[in-house]
Design a protein around this ligand. Sequence first.
Ligand SMILES: *Cc1c(COP(=O)(O)O)cnc(C)c1O
Length: 375
Amino acid sequence: MTMINIPLSRPDVDEQDIQSVVEVLKTPYLSIGPKLVEFESKIANYVGRKFAVGVNSGTSALHLIIRSLGIGGGDEVITTPFSFVASANCILFEGARPVFVDIEEETLNINPELIGQAINKNTKGILSVDVFGHPCDWDAILDIAQKRGLYVVEDSCEALGAKYKERKCGSFGVASAFGFYPNKQITTGEGGMIVTDDEVLANLCRSMRNQGRGEDMSWLNHDRLGYNYRLDEMSAALGLSQLGKFEQILEKRSQVADQYLNRLKEIDEVNVQFIRKNSVMSWFVFVIRLKEGINRDRVIEYLKENGIASKPYFPPIHLQPFYIKQFGYKMGDFPITERIASQCLALPFYNALSNNQIDIIIDVLKKAIRSQKNI
Ligand SMILES: *Cc1c(COP(=O)(O)O)cnc(C)c1O
């Protein structure tokens, strides 16, 4: 009997990618070199932005955006509790307060209709996340922000390649952030990018990623407080190589998602991602929602016992131990997020996932749900 072992995620790195990284190692430029500049310009072009600033993670990208907007102590930023923790943490880094607003039942993104009641005189911005690669309701969010004079920050870390009304995700905030961790659509190992049309903001981010150095980059001149958030040349080269075949990558991911969607029609107890008519999804993870009454954690356990990785996606941010301790959040604060978070799980999802493997996953999932119902 062969053991089944299907991971949740796997990067898609080919010989060409490996070669492009090895080539960098033969040059004297391992950091602050031509690959970063080229990677930035290609990402800016792809998204339709004037400027891009490469950094060492998506979290660093978000942090520099918040800091360059001057958001700090006493300020509030409205955001979603249904996301990866970094999208709220970046607000805390600057001493500002994340104010959570519950999500839309269908898209799992922040609900624009609930934003108004969370705005007060301390509110400086809305940080909205294109969750799982499904675009937010950008018209509604931009409309509120304009009327109330708020900054919009877009966390598009999960959404490279997604579109809202023909416009790419990453083009909606005053600045937007991408992440290139190995489970994202393209990877640099660790890495991230800020994209914006605002030259002042771009220059500030560029300075702050490099120890606050001035634009002439004079090595021991520090104009402001800065960090070391630089993206090295090997990482930039890997990102460039991956970006060069991004259309094929998106196509492979769509095919895997379509195969899942097809097979999941056979399971009544499972709901799949809703996609708004005006939007194009860029599949980041493949998350299913189990109908009420099915114990999600037991399903995950059953899959694991049968060699298939899966994960609760996302546990709500406001119920993370650190947020409970710091802010006193409790169950019931954001009921839609909490209910959905308790029913969702991510199934294995990566470019090389075969139809045969998906068949195995579906068979085991059926058994998992059946066994669970008998308890
Ligand atoms: C991946 C991700 C980030 C950035 O993560 P890093 O690991 O710092 O690159 C930020 N926000 C969301 C929603 C993400 O999924």
